[in-house]
Design a protein around this ligand. Sequence first.
Ligand code: NAD
Length: 501
Amino acid sequence: MSDDLPRLGHWIGGKAVTDESATTGDVFDPATGAVAKQVALADADTVGQAVATARAAWDDGWRWSTLTQRAKVLFAFRELVTEHRDELARLIVAEHGKVLADATGEVQRGLEVVEFACGIPHLLKGGFSEQVSTGIDSYSIRQPLGVVAGITPFNFPAMVPMWMFPLAIACGNTFVLKPSEKDPSVGLRLAELWADAGLPDGVFNVVNGAREAVDALLTHPEVAAVSFVGSTPVAKHVFTTATEHGKRVQALGGAKNHMVVLPDADLDLAADAAVSAGYGSAGERCMAISAVVAVGDVADRLVPLIEQRIADLPVGPGTDPTSEMGPLVTGEHRDRVAGYLDVAVEDGATVVVDGRGMIASAGYEDGFWLGPCLVDHVEPGMRVHAEEIFGPVLSVLRVDTFDAAIDLINAMPFGNGTAVFTTDGGTARRFQAEIEVGMVGINVPIPVPMAYYSFGGWKDSLFGDTHMHGADGVHFYTRGKVVTSRWTDTSGLKLQFPTHE
Ligand code: NAD
């Protein structure tokens, strides 16, 4: 650790907080392997300060802000994020390692949720029933919860927080974000942009940190709800702890996404899709395809097409516009992912392409590199298939029938995303009906829903009832109230039970 490195703190009450006494974590530049920054790791006291600040900002104002005022701030924030899109994308590349075009796309997908949230005056409209009984009307309203927390993973440091806070804030809540300690800069920069957009101090706060900060949020009595995205074991811990502490929780977990390729599919299209969805962002996407399920004789034709494509895949620093795939996020994660190639061989699979042989360009020798890896003859239950790898390792499983492909996917504990490649509409319809997965692609390998739909998986990929953004997001960040109201112009006392007569 060096005293010369930039040190990132928190954002509380509309200003940067350095938190000099906190312990720190290393933030790497994955392309060079160097420690580039230090980040403060908040303790429970610092988390308590952020929550108290958010609570005061709610009580003193944001709870009572008008819909017009909220929409105005959101529109201003939208303009600022658009204006700073390239800068935000470069911050992501510097700490995550993904290529610039991919990081720009991530910011764009986050912006789409901001744009959806700009429509909050419409989204919060309730229902009204006139004359439910004589002189009596009934109507429903949705109100904010209070302070809500967002805890996010390293792989989308801008987009995943933006699945959460635009809608939470638009719904009248105040927000405490706990970003991943691996790439904390972009959350802090978004906080500055909120301030520039005119968001009152204390409505959006960022506490950097790790487990201690998370546990402080999960147990804090003033936190009303928790949105979490990360790995399944942590999602389970977050769901259990926060619900035990009386909070509303949505906890999105890990994934193992399968792409089924039928013999009638366009195999060139399927090979392109497998490569882009398997190796884009170095496989560090919860919607990455990590397993191709080849039906019938497909594998013998498809595997060589995938192999050809990855032979020429440019892997290099995210800032180099010719790179299609960058490094992995840390050296530890790279080693863990690379270890699966030995595990695959031990379990009886065949390594067709071994990315450990990749040669980095000059100046980047110590980066966290792993080239694309392809493993064939994988069987269900092998560790390379049963476990989430979260790196550029694509497995190929061979099955005889379409039914066997559906059974294989439905037997998995995860249910985040999946895709089918076919030219037969009836087969595609059966797939969409029978598959036990929350997000389904038909000839689309990464079926990430648009902001006005909701994002979320099934089974061990999501704990809780509501998905992120779209109608579910509005529902999650508000609670319903139904008012029955009588304004009568007659006088007189009646004691009987109210009926519709
Ligand atoms: P992670 O679970 O390690 O970390 C996520 C967050 O939890 C971070 O903010 C981290 O600081 C915190 N955390 C980590 N360990 C903790 C612990 N023991 N107790 C309390 N908090 C803890 O996940 P990651 O490695 O940052 O991200 C990759 C994972 O996220 C993958 O499993 C991926 O599938 C998943 N993911 C899922 C989705 C989805 O929509 N389902 C989206 C993106 C990423």
